[in-house]
Design a protein around this ligand. Structure first.
Ligand code: AP5
Ligand code: MG
Length: 189
C-alpha cells in the first residue's frame, strides 16, 4: 500500500511514518531526511539545499521529483511506501501521478494530519531543545517562513487530492498513539 502523510511542519509526519515502518514494514520516503543526508554528505546538492532549508523555502520541483523517482525505482519500495514531505506543490503532485501511472503503482490514501498553528511552534521548540538544535530550521523564525510557504504552495495540494477522492484527515492535536490509531483505521478501511 502506498500512502502520503501530509501536513504542515511539525504536524507529526515523521513520527507517524516511523511507527508505520516499525509496525507494518512499510518504507518511509522523507524528502527532508534525504536532503539532510545530502547536506551531511557534503554533496553539491546538499550545499545548495542547505541554504534553501535554512531560510524555510522549497527546493525546486525538478530536484525533488527526480529524487523520489530514483528512490521509487529501488526494489524495497515495492512493499509499499509512505511519502513524508512529498508532494509539497501541485506540480510535484502531478509529477507523482505520472510517475505512479508509469510504474503501475496506485495511491491508496493521502492522510492529512491537522494541527493548530500554535501547537506547531511548541512542538518545534520542543524538538529543538530535545535534539540540541540538530535541525538548523528548528526555530520560530524559520518555522514562520515554512508555514507561510506551506499555506502558499503546499496547502493547494489538498483540494487536488480531495477532487480525486484520496483525502482523509486525522486530528493531529491528539496524542501520538491516538493519531496512530486514527491512521490505522484509515489503512484498514
Ligand atoms: P521536512 O524535513 O519535511 O520538514 P517539515 O515538513 O517542515 O516537517 P517536520 O519534519 O519539521 O515535521 P513533521 O511533520 O515530520 O513532524 P515530527 O514527526 O518531526 O522538510 C524540511 C525542508 O526540506 C523544507 O522546509 C524544504 O526546504 C525541504 N523539502 C523537503 N521536502 C521537500 C519537497 N518535497 N519539496 C521541496 N522542498 C522540500 O514532529 C515534530 C515534533 O512534534 C517532534 O518533536 C514530535 O515528537 C512531536 N509530536 C509529533 N506528534 C505529536 C503529537 N501527536 N502530540 C505531541 N507532540 C507530537
Ligand atoms: Mg519530518
Amino acid at each position: 500500500m502506498n500512502i502520503i502523510l501530509f501536513g504542515p511542519p511539525g504536524a507529526g509526519k515523521g513520527t507517524q511514518a516511523a511507527k508505520l515502518v516499525e509496525e507494518r514494514g512499510m518504507v518511509q520516503l522523507s524528502t527532508g531526511d534525504m536532503l539532510r543526508a545530502a547536506i551531511s554528505a557534503g554533496t553539491e546538492l546538499g550545499l545548495k539545499a542547505k541554504e534553501i532549508i535554512d531560510r524555510g523555502d522549497l527546493v525546486s520541483d525538478d530536484i525533488m521529483v527526480g529524487m523520489i523517482n530514483d528512490r521509487m525505482s529501488q526494489d524495497d519500495c515495492k512493499a509499499g511506501v509512505i511519502l513524508d514531505g512529498f508532494p509539497r506543490t501541485v506540480a510535484q503532485a502531478e509529477a507523482l501521478d505520472a510517475m505512479f501511472a508509469e510504474k503501475n503503482i496506485t495511491l491508496a490514501h493521502v492522510i492529512e494530519i491537522k494541527v493548530d498553528e500554535n501547537a506547531l511552534f511548541a512542538r518545534i521548540e520542543n524538538r529543538a531543545s530535545e535534539t540540541g538544535g540538530e535541525r538548523s530550521d528548528d526555530n520560530a523564525d524559520v518555522l514562520a517562513k515554512r508555514l507561510k510557504v506551506y499555506h502558499e504552495n503546499t496547502a493547494p495540494v489538498l483540494p487536488y487530492y480531495e477532487a480525486k477522492g484520496h483525502l482523509k484527515t486525522v486530528d493531529g492535536m491528539k496524542s501520538i498513539d491516538d493519531v496512530s490509531h486514527e491512521i490505522a483505521q484509515i489503512l484498514t478501511s
